[in-house]
Ligand binder design. Structure first.
Ligand SMILES: Nc1nc2c(ncn2[C@@H]2O[C@H](COP(=O)(O)OP(=O)(O)O)[C@@H](O)[C@H]2O)c(=O)[nH]1
Ligand SMILES: [Mg+2]
Length: 463
């Protein structure tokens, strides 16, 4: 049998020019491929030792590069299989050549996340840890990276273990009651089980509740800047990003297409959208821009309505505030450098009585001078911060984990109800078995092929 066929190869470093580029192989044929590429014997490579070797094209023996080759022998490797890492010079052309040679020698191009999937299959990691690798690579802030590292070190399993053990104990008691007791569970034992289940349910919910903070740290929030033309939306966009990204002029209708950029506020990744000014227009291009602006507004976690503090409020402004009411929104009163008063109450009152109810949501700023920008940044993240979670704690960051925790919670809640209503142990046990299965799905003890395919498709190739 050709052992190379099940050996996968991929570039482990980003595509493009770099100092060094690393190609990784995993599988039974990895060592053999390394030997053929270097014209050496397999035993020239010792586990966990880097060897400097000339890579040659086996067909014409032409030199390709001088590379550092490191061999990790199964099972002591990332994947649990034989792994070869080839550190070449970081030329895209050269790296492509080496990968093509590996393919010609019988390797197969790795699927997204396939190295990690193999690590999972060989018990080198659990599923939550595998997902943590993806999250670490994708992390946009220090805080997100730190959470991923904690999850990678097995904190998810450590948090779930006691819950699972206690659930399992209860399942055992109920199952033996089924087998050995003629009548129903004695009243007192049933009450004990209910109170233990209540405690497990509470802890599951507490853990799931950390998702609000965890989700924010990992995925951040999206904020869309809206307002009528010329109030200073693009100026604010640039000011928040710290670059002259959007074109600013005193002509209404300058921004026609929307602009998207990422930046961070404190530890929170923020996806900021600048939009075309909302107004009735006959200009075809601007009209499309206005439609897109309405779409971006509907999709946003937070809408930042910009008003001109120097100008009186128009009917368009009122319409825009009204359409933001359905959502999380704040109001940025811009151009305060042009007003004589910085007092927000007076600004709000001068603007319009219609603004009075939203006093709490208003921040006075100047996109031109930067005044009030710190307050605005605080106001952007404030609606999303949770005070009840200590950030030193471990947070649930993944929607999949949150969903499974909530399902676990609901199953336990139903089982408690069943016990209280004196239903048969069989019925109660179904819910508890489901709860155990959901907890198992988080760490991957119980998984389906389909589920793994879905999860690993979100990984990058080469990891
Ligand atoms: N004085 C002053 N002018 C501003 C401020 N923000 C924007 N502008 C000016 O207002 C005009 C329109 O700005 P722009 O950002 O293009 O507005 P947009 O149409 O809402 O995107 C430009 O001439 C800006 O220089 C501000 O805070 N103070
Ligand atoms: Mg603009």
């Amino acid at each position: 049998m050709d052992v190379s066929a099940n050996t996968i190869v991929a570039l482990a470093t980003p595509a493009g020019r770099s100092g060094i580029g690393i190609i990784r192989l995993s599988g039974d044929g990895a060592l053999d491929v390394a030997a053929k590429l270097t014209g050496r014997d397999c035993d020239a490579f010792s586990p966990r030792k880097a060897a400097l070797a000339e890579l040659r094209d086996p067909t014409d023996n032409a030199a390709i590069d001088k590379a550092l080759i490191t061999y990790f022998q199964a099972p002591h490797s990332f994947t649990g299989e034989d792994v070869i890492e080839i550190s070449c010079h970081g030329s895209p052309v050269l790296l492509r050549q080496v990968i093509d040679l590996c393919l010609a020698l019988g390797c197969r191009a790795a699927e997204p996340g396939e190295f990690t999937l193999r690590a999972l299959a060989h018990g080198r990691l659990d599923l939550a840890e595998a997902e943590a690798i993806r999250d670490l690579i994708d992390a946009q802030t220090n805080a997100a990276a730190r959470q991923a590292v904690r999850q990678l070190s097995g904190e998810m399993s450590r948090n779930l273990r006691p819950l699972k053990d206690e659930l399992l104990n209860i399942v055992v008691v109920l199952e033996s009651a089924l087998e050995f007791v003629e009548d129903d569970l004695p009243e007192q034992q049933s009450e004990e089980i209910v109170s233990s289940l209540e405690a497990i349910k509470r802890r599951t919910l507490e853990f799931a509740d950390t998702y609000k903070a965890g989700h924010l740290i990992r995925d951040g929030l999206s904020a869309t800047i809206v307002g009528r033309p010329n109030v200073g939306k693009s100026s604010l966009f640039n000011r928040l990003l710290g670059t002259e990204r959007a074109i600013v002029t005193d002509l209404a209708g300058t921004t026609r297409d929307q602009l998207n950029e990422r930046f961070t506020i404190g530890d929170i990744p923020t996806h900021l959208v600048d939009t075309a000014g909302l107004r009735e227009t006959e200009d075809v291009v601007e009209k499309i821009g206005v439609e897109r602006a309405r779409g971006a507004m509907a999709d946003a976690d937070l809408v930042i309505v910009v008003l001109d503090a120097h100008d009186s409020l128009t009917e368009e402004d009122r319409d825009i505030v009204r359409s933001a009411l359905k959502q999380n929104f704040i109001i940025a009163l811009n151009k305060i450098d042009k007003t004589t008063s910085r007092d927000i109450d007076r600004l709000a009152a001068a603007g319009d009585a219609a603004l009075a109810p939203f006093r709490e949501k208003m921040v006075a700023i100047s996109a031109k001078t930067g005044e009030g920008l710190d307050d605005l940044r605080d106001a952007i993240v404030k609606p999303f911060r949770t005070n009840d979670v200590s950030h030193s704690g471990f947070l649930v960051t993944d929607a999949r984990h949150y969903d499974l925790l909530m399902r676990t919670h609901d199953e336990i809640a139903q089982s408690i109800e069943g016990l209280r209503e004196g239903r048969s142990e069989e019925i109660v046990l179904i819910g508890l078995h489901n709860a155990l299965r959901y907890l198992g799905e988080i760490t991957g003890e119980t998984t389906t092929e389909d589920m793994l395919t879905r999860i690993f498709s979100t990984f990058c190739i080469g990891k």
